[in-house]
Design a protein around this ligand. Structure first.
Ligand code: SF4
Length: 397
């Protein structure tokens, strides 16, 4: 079993940053009018905490979510963003593959998962997936991101073969695959523990685990929207076991439907506590709810202010997460660009064929060019850094 890792940027409750880091939070050029501005917004005590590197409480988080002053919240988040990641903004050259949308969970907020009898249901054979990888062999893709539904029939061997097949076609690619919900399902299929299953998946080529399936951990929300899904406590357990087995994972939160501010904060708090224990999370990705074609289509899309606030509050609250992602597919490239000044330091990547959010009515493109990503980042005043899955910098621009 792997040793506990000390996460980058981790700040246990009540702790303070080293003096050198504290100095960086408040450059001498910081205009005094910003102090007055933050004081006037009623968040002056939070500014003091942020500068001192003190952990924010749930009550602080609630006040940030409830603040009408998005610029003040963003300013605070930017202090932490620049302390942890300077002027860097990361992206990756990646390809998404969704091997099947057949799913027994049929979550009400999901437009992707389909009953096996639905005319929109599909599943790819291992050869189909290998073909998808082959079709892009001429592109400098470093990561395959692969998730699917909870399929009632596919055997455990299929998933191992998927990983091996991708590695056969593209041996050096990093495979980030199978949410914690899928991992728990695979362990059930294998009749093995989570740890043993993860070891077998690693052996077959799994490199890390994406952050999906977290939704909102609250049992109330899960009962109302995704009753059959792995409970939130078990999602966290799977993540922690993955960390103990040396796999880095991400975390998400699906916001903008029926969750309350307190339920968002309970979700973030559970992630922060888990990260204190293992340090294995790399990135937090707030996911804005897309209602079209779901059973919750009576809801409206999230607003730009709520999108920015979720990113900013996450950056402030999750002091032990190294990275916060503005997923351009969900909030659009233009708002993602703005989010780079509201706490985010990552835009995800080229994506190449996003399906899940587009089945729920996303109006963004299904892929974005390398040059476009660089331009978006540069124009936001940040330094573009092309990374691999584990945030090793491959090129800077
Ligand atoms: S969110 Fe995941 S588990 Fe739920 S229906 Fe969609 S694919 Fe299935």
């Amino acid at each position: 079993m792997a040793q506990k890792r000390q996460p980058r940027g981790r700040l246990p409750a009540g702790s303070r940053l080293p003096a050198s880091a504290r100095q960086r939070q408040l450059p001498s050029s910081t205009p005094l009018f910003m102090d007055t501005f933050i004081q006037n917004s009623g968040l002056g005590d939070i500014l003091d905490k942020v500068r001192a590197g003190e952990r924010l409480s749930i009550d602080d988080g609630r006040r940030l979510f409830e603040s009408a002053d998005i610029l003040a919240v963003g300013y605070l988040a930017n202090i932490v963003r620049e302390r942890l990641n300077g002027n860097r903004a990361y992206f990756i050259y990646n390809q998404h593959i969704n091997y099947s949308n057949v799913c027994t969970n049929l979550c009400k907020f999901c437009a992707f998962g389909k009953d096996r009898d639905s005319e929109l249901a599909y599943e790819m054979s291992v050869e189909d997936v290998k073909d998808k990888v082959r079709q892009r062999l001429d592109e400098p893709i470093t990561e395959i991101h692969m998730v699917g539904g909870i399929h009632p029939d596919l055997p455990y061997s299929y998933y191992l073969e998927l990983l091996r097949g991708i590695k056969e076609v593209r041996p050096r690619v990093h495979i980030q695959a199978f949410t914690c919900v899928e991992i728990a399902h695979l362990a059930g299929l294998a009749g093995k523990g989570i740890g043993e299953t993860l070891e077998e998946l690693k052996e077959a080529g799994l490199g890390s685990i994406p952050g999906g399936g977290a939704e909102v951990f609250s049992p109330r929300i899960r009962k109302l929207t995704c009753e059959k899904k792995l409970p939130g406590v078990d999602w966290i357990k799977v993540s922690k076991i993955a960390h103990q087995h040396g796999l880095r994972t991400n975390a998400t939160m699906l916001y903008g439907h029926i969750e309350t501010i307190d339920e968002r904060l309970e979700h973030l708090d559970a992630l922060r506590r888990a990260q204190d224990e293992t340090g294995g999370f790399l990135t937090f990705i707030p996911l804005s709810f897309h209602p079209k074609n779901t059973e919750m289509s009576e809801h409206s899309r999230t607003t730009g202010i709520d999108d920015l606030k979720n990113i900013a509050v996450a950056r402030l609250f999750l002091d032990n997460f190294p990275h916060i992602k503005a997923y351009w597919v969900m909030i659009g490239p233009k708002l993602a660009q703005v989010a780079l000044s509201f706490g985010a330091d990552d835009l995800d990547g080229t994506v190449k064929e996003e399906v899940i959010t587009h089945m729920a009515g996303a109006e963004t493109d299904q892929a974005i060019g390398h040059k476009t990503l660089i331009r978006l980042i540069r124009e936001a005043g940040r330094r573009p850094m092309e990374r691999d899955t584990l945030y090793n910098v491959l090129q800077s621009f």
